[in-house]
Each structure stands twice: as structure tokens, then as C-alpha cells.
Design a protein around this ligand. Structure first.
Ligand code: GAP
Length: 435
């Protein structure tokens, strides 16, 4: 029987959400391309995140820094030295593995490699070595995390916006990691989008702010439509934490391939700003406006992978049920992130007056609700099924009664229930429902 992961990958491909990267050339490991519906879904999630974490907070400042950053940044951040995974190569088939995944344990409890054989060919494994995950690009590096853009611009934001502590700098953007073994669809890739912010606080206030953002992260999980019963916190032990972190909580999700990291919440202390001050020679301290005291703020960092969000959202939304005696697949997406908000149909395709009326309603509605689609392919039942499968929350059908009284039916995805509404009130109805 097909497992849930296969169903999601197949739906994503079949319906234009996600395609293998460079597919017609045989694909490139660790890359996936977003199709028309995936691009809309990603865009909607990013916008929802930006509203939730940036625009809703007076003390949050947006940023969009460069992907390319010079070696000196990564020397200062510690990535040149410490951003590595333990790699083990099979002596026989030459396949490469992450040591921690071979043992099924954390790095700290790794057994000698002689006890573990190559999972591909049963051959003997070589000794583990540290493999740096950064991609070099000419004189620079493709950023492996977007956080450094926020630290490097800390002084610029201070000088231009004059914020008072606590405040945050947020951005959404691409990160690149030369993962040893990309796998599990969008879960581990080599190129991915991050949504992240650095929240600068006085040292004495780090714990209360850590708590504040822990709660906000849960609010986000619920808002975006990730099953919170399948999401769990993990207090990451010291030996497994990133080199900069004094405390980390991972938000883990129960993926079909195991319970693994979805998001992270880290207390980075004053590590990054101190290192950049030392390495660049530029004073990155904050001056308290009342006491005049100069000091380096401490940092709380909530981080969110966009691909893992999409995967957890799709897995949480995927359902199969029976409606009117027929089996169907549906994605119970939050209407705010659904690629299509409303699909407008003429009841039948071969009645020009119905089609013309449907087009007129579609054109008017699209001006108010941009993610409105028009569909007149196949019979009405098929069109409903197709829209259910991509998570469209509402279908608007134009029938013979429409031509007489200017009403349409609105069908709700999850229940299949239909109600009649006035055409003149359609955009108001959807705006109300999207609130
Ligand atoms: N600035 C902190 C930082 O980058 P991280 O835990 O290394 O922390 C942040 O990565 C998030 O990026 C993770 O919580 C996860 O959602 C996502 N992520 C990390 N590596 C990934 C990969 N290879 N493929 C897809 N998403 C990844």
C-alpha cells in the first residue's frame, strides 16, 4: 500500500505543486522546483509568516540581505570551522552517509564504525570525518544560514532606525548547504528558503523572551495549519547544539519517515555580535539611551524552514473521505494559504450564456480576491474533486437560476455543503471568511 509520503509526493507532482529540480535532465539531488500551485502556496505561507512575526510587531524590522557573503563573515561566525556534519564513506560502493543517521543515534553516542555496515551494499565503512556543508562561490560563500545577514547589518539597522531594546531583525531568503545525503522530499535539500529573525535583548531578559517566542511559534504552527498533535518540543542536549547556542528547543514533527526537526528556537547569547566586532573591528555595541551604557545585546532566534513548513502543512492537510457515495482526496488547507481561494464554474460548458455569466463573475471577483480561478473542464462532479484535491476552500457555481435571480451556489470543500448567495455580496463573503 502506498504510504502517506508517496501519496503527497505524487499529488504534489500530478497537480503542479512540486517537481524534481531540473527533471528533464535526470534531476539534481537535493533540489525541488515549485510549480504553479506550489509557488502560490509558498508565497502565501511567506506572507502569512511576515504578517504574523514582522508586521504585527512594532519592534520588528525587515531585511533582505545578500546570499553571497565573504569568507571573513564565515570565519567570524564560526561556520568555516564548525559548520560540518560527520561523514562516513563505504569502502566498497563509495556511497556517503551521515554518521549520526547510520547509528540512529546522536553524534555523542556513535558506535565504532566497524559495528555498522553500509546500508546499501553491506560493505565496510571508513572512519568518520568532518565534512563542511558550505558551498564556495568564487571568493565568497553561498550563505548556509540567513542569520549572518542580520548580524552583519545590526549596526546599519541601529544607525538608521534607532530602535530600543528589545527589537528584532527578520528576513526570508535562500540558504544553501552541501548536505551529505539529501533525502525525504523537501525535508533535507541543498537549497532552501528560511524565514527567521534575531531578537535582540538585554542579557537579563533572555529567558522571558525565549518563552515569549516559544509561545508565538506554537501560535504559528496552529495558524499555518500544521497538526499540533504531531508537533513536539525537544530540549536539545548541549553536545548536539550548534556551536553558537546556549539553549535550543527543536520543534519536531511526526513525518511518515520519523519524528524530526521542523523548526528551531535558539538562544545565541552575544556570540555572533561579539565575534563580528572582534573580526571586523567595527563597534557593534548598543548604547542605552537613558544610562548611555554600551553593551552587546543577547539574541533569541526562532527559525523556520519554508520547505519543511510546506511538507508538514501538506501532510497535516491531506485527507481521504467519502462524499455522496464517492471517494475523494482533499487538502484541508487554511484558506489563507490555499493556492486557489475560490474556483468559479459554469454548471455546464456547452451553454454560452452560462459560460459568459461565469466569466463575468470570475473577472469581477478576481479583482477583489486575486487567487480566484476559472474552471470549465469536465463535469461538475469532477471539477469539485479536482478543486478538493488542491485544497480550494470554495467553489462558486453559476447555474440556470443565476440567470434569473443573480445568485450562485458556494460549495464548502470540507463538508461539500452548498448555499446560495447574491453575486453582489460574493467578495464581501470571501473577505469575511478569510478574516
Ligand atoms: N540560523 C539558524 C539556523 O539556520 P538550522 O537549525 O541550521 O538553524 C534552520 O536551520 C531551519 O532550516 C531548520 O529548523 C529547518 O526547518 C530548516 N533546514 C535546515 N536544514 C535544511 C535542509 N537541508 N533542507 C531543508 N530545510 C532545512
Amino acid at each position: 500500500m502506498e504510504n502517506q509520503m508517496e501519496k503527497i509526493v505524487s499529488l504534489a507532482k500530478r497537480r503542479g505543486f512540486i517537481f524534481p529540480g531540473s527533471e528533464i535532465y535526470g534531476g539534481l539531488a537535493g533540489t525541488w522546483d515549485l510549480g504553479p500551485l506550489g509557488a502560490e502556496l509558498a508565497h502565501n505561507i511567506k506572507e502569512l509568516w511576515w504578517n504574523h512575526f514582522v508586521r504585527n510587531h512594532e519592534e520588528m524590522y525587515g531585511l533582505a540581505s545578500s546570499i553571497l557573503m565573504p569568507e571573513r563573515v564565515w570565519e567570524a561566525s564560526g561556520h568555516l570551522e564548525g559548520f560540518a556534519d560527520p561523514l562516513v564513506e563505504c569502502k566498497k560502493c563509495k556511497k556517503r552517509f551521515r554518521q549520526d543517521e547510520l547509528s540512529g543515534n546522536s553524534v555523542s553516542t556513535w558506535k565504532p564504525s566497524s559495528q555498522v555496515k553500509c546500508p546499501e551494499c553491506g560493505g565496510e565503512l571508513g572512519e568518520p570525518k568532518q565534512f563542511n556543508l558550505m558551498f564556495k562561490f568564487g571568493d565568497a560563500y553561498l550563505r548556509p544560514e540567513i542569520a549572518q545577514g542580520m548580524f552583519v547589518n545590526f549596526k546599519n539597522v541601529l544607525d538608521t532606525m534607532r530602535p530600543a531594546l528589545p527589537f528584532g531583525i527578520a528576513q526570508i531568503g535562500k540558504a544553501f548547504r552541501n548536505e551529505i545525503a539529501p533525502r525525504d522530499f523537501l525535508f533535507r535539500v541543498r537549497e532552501f528558503d528560511l524565514m527567521e529573525f534575531e531578537y535582540f535583548v538585554k542579557e537579563s531578559q533572555w529567558e522571558e523572551n525565549f518563552e515569549k517566542w516559544r509561545k508565538e511559534m506554537w501560535a504559528w504552527v496552529e495558524k499555518v495549519g500544521i497538526d499540533k498533535n504531531k508537533t513536539h518540543e525537544l530540549e536539545v542536549p548541549k553536545e548536539d547544539r550548534a556551536h553558537y547556542s546556549k539553549r535550543t528547543i527543536d520543534f519536531e514533527f511526526e513525518y511518515p519517515f520519523g519524528k524530526k526537526e521542523l523548526y528551531g528556537l535558539a538562544y545565541r547569547g552575544d556570540y555572533d555580535l561579539t565575534r563580528h566586532m572582534e573580526h571586523s573591528g567595527v563597534d557593534t555595541r548598543y548604547a542605552d539611551s537613558v544610562s548611555g551604557e554600551k553593551f552587546i545585546p543577547h539574541v533569541i532566534e526562532p527559525t523556520f524552514g519554508l520547505g519543511r513548513t510546506m511538507l508538514a502543512v501538506l501532510l497535516s492537510a491531506y485527507s481521504e473521505d467519502e462524499l455522496g457515495g464517492e471517494k475523494r482526496i482533499l487538502l484541508k488547507l487554511n484558506p489563507k494559504i490555499a493556492p486557489v481561494t475560490a474556483a468559479v464554474f459554469p454548471l455546464v460548458k456547452n451553454k454560452p450564456d452560462l459560460v459568459a455569466k461565469a466569466r463575468e463573475i470570475y473577472t469581477a471577483l478576481k479583482k477583489e480576491i486575486p487567487n480566484t480561478a476559472f474552471d470549465d473542464n469536465g463535469n461538475i462532479g469532477k471539477r469539485y474533486r479536482r478543486q478538493d484535491e488542491i485544497g480550494t476552500p470554495w467553489c462558486v457555481t453559476i447555474d440556470y437560476q443565476t440567470l434569473e435571480d443573480d445568485t450562485v451556489t458556494i460549495r464548502a470543500r470540507d463538508t461539500g455543503k452548498q448555499e446560495r448567495h447574491k453575486i453582489s455580496k460574493l467578495d464581501e463573503y470571501f473577505k469575511e471568511m478569510l478574516k
